[in-house]
Design a binder for this molecule. Structure first.
Ligand SMILES: *Cc1c(COP(=O)(O)O)cnc(C)c1O
Length: 393
């Protein structure tokens, strides 16, 4: 197979070698259950504690006992919403109309169980207005959940301002920081977060392991019942290798953050400008600032994203039409519709998400490959034909 140009780092990332090397020890050699009491279990026990410390430091938590390991971002999001609502019994949820499905569908399921939910609409540039959050607060509001960075359009939300509003009204505040952690600074104290979700495979760690920050004193019920693991709040034998990988990957990502952020933002802007300057009827979705370093989301009018992705795939280029979770459905992205795009525009949208293994050559190759692909598809597009006719009349 020819070279893969992987531009779907928002869907998942490759595990770093340094991370895999540390993980392997806990699969093969130190395989004891960290909950066991003999001395053979002390190394895995210590490794889980170290990972907890690494996560606490990376996100500015006051104590490692505020970090709980889960099976990924989806579980953390489910736990935040279901756990708080279950502890409260009834009430009102404030969230946004462009959350990840893990968050949005959890809220929809609670709506069926009698909770009421406000889905706030982002602006056309993809930002949530903190004032709108405050205006939505009711006496029975039990949780406010606003994502830190959007996984499709990359816009970074004014999370500290929203957190301050939640704190002022004494409402539990959760943020899905799955796209942000390891890429832009996360500071749970500065953003007044009570709950925060993150996931290892979005920052060069393994899939199927995540974490949740739970500020001391937050009223939240368990989601997974069973044994006493994770301070009696999340049952199940620890995924020791995964947890070790998460801690190490997050620590490395934070060490290299400033450097990588600058380099990847440079590639991002080169790609955005290269596309907008060379392909007509293309538009960047979501504001440019503040935006995740690696996110490029562009609509190409008159053509379908699935057709573009197929032709790019032939060249070894991996990108996506939105979130990976939705790639089987033909429905337009709820994120793009939430920022006011039409179905036609939304259906011609591609997300390129850049990461630490991307190079100038990758961007050059894409900028070379993309214009003929778009041109070829437009030549076959009835929509484009109608557009040209309407202009020549
Ligand atoms: C990927 C992602 C999730 C889900 O995380 P998993 O670990 O894949 O379950 C949740 N929220 C956002 C914003 C994501 O990008």
């Amino acid at each position: 197979m020819k070279k893969i140009v992987y531009l779907d780092n928002a869907a998942t990332t490759a595990v770093r070698k340094e991370v895999l090397d540390e993980m392997e020890v806990y699969f093969r050699k130190e395989y004891a259950n960290p909950a066991s009491k003999y001395r053979f279990a002390s190394a895995p026990f210590a490794a889980v504690s170290e990972a907890r410390t690494q996560v606490a430091e990376a996100i500015g938590a006051a104590s490692m006992e505020e970090i709980y390991f889960t099976a990924g971002g989806s579980e953390s999001d489910n736990w935040a919403i279901q756990g708080v609502c279950s502890a409260a019994g009834e009430g009102h949820i404030i969230t946004t109309a462009f959350e990840h499905h893990a968050l949005m569908n959890t809220c929809k399921s609670l709506e069926k169980k009698g909770f009421s939910v406000t889905f706030l609409k982002p602006s056309a540039k993809g930002y949530i207005d903190p004032k709108a959050v405050e205006d939505a607060i009711r006496p029975d509001t039990v949780i406010i959940s606003v994502m830190y960075a959007n996984n499709e359009i990359g816009t970074v939300q004014p999370i500290a301002e929203i957190g301050a509003i939640a704190r002022k009204h004494r409402i539990t505040f959760h943020t899905d920081a799955v796209q942000a952690a390891g890429h832009i600074p996360v500071d749970v104290v500065g953003m007044n977060a009570d709950l925060l979700s993150l996931s290892a495979h979005k920052f060069y760690g393994p899939k199927g392991v995540g974490a949740m920050y739970i500020k001391k004193g937050t009223k939240i019920s368990p989601l997974i019942f069973g044994g006493m693991q994770e301070f009696n709040k999340r049952a199940g034998t620890h995924n020791v290798s995964g947890i070790v990988g998460l801690g190490k990957a997050l620590e490395l990502a934070c060490e290299e953050m400033e450097e990588e952020r600058e380099r990847i933002t440079g590639l991002r802007d080169k790609l955005i400008n290269g596309i907008l300057n060379n392909i007509p009827h293309a538009k960047l979705n979501g504001g440019l600032e503040p935006r995740l370093p690696g996110n490029v989301n562009i609509s190409f009018r008159f053509i379908e994203s699935e057709a573009i992705l197929n032709l790019l795939d032939f060249k070894g280029i991996c990108a996506s039409s939105g979130s990976a979770c939705n790639s089987d459905s033909l429905e337009a992205s709820h994120v793009l519709l939430a920022i006011g795009m039409s179905h036609e525009e939304a259906n011609g949208t591609i997300r390129f998400s850049l990461g630490r293994y991307n190079t100038e050559e990758d961007i050059g190759f894409l900028l070379e490959s993309l214009p003929p692909v778009v041109e070829k598809l437009r030549a076959m597009s009835p929509l484009y034909e109608d557009f040209i006719k309407s202009r020549t009349l």
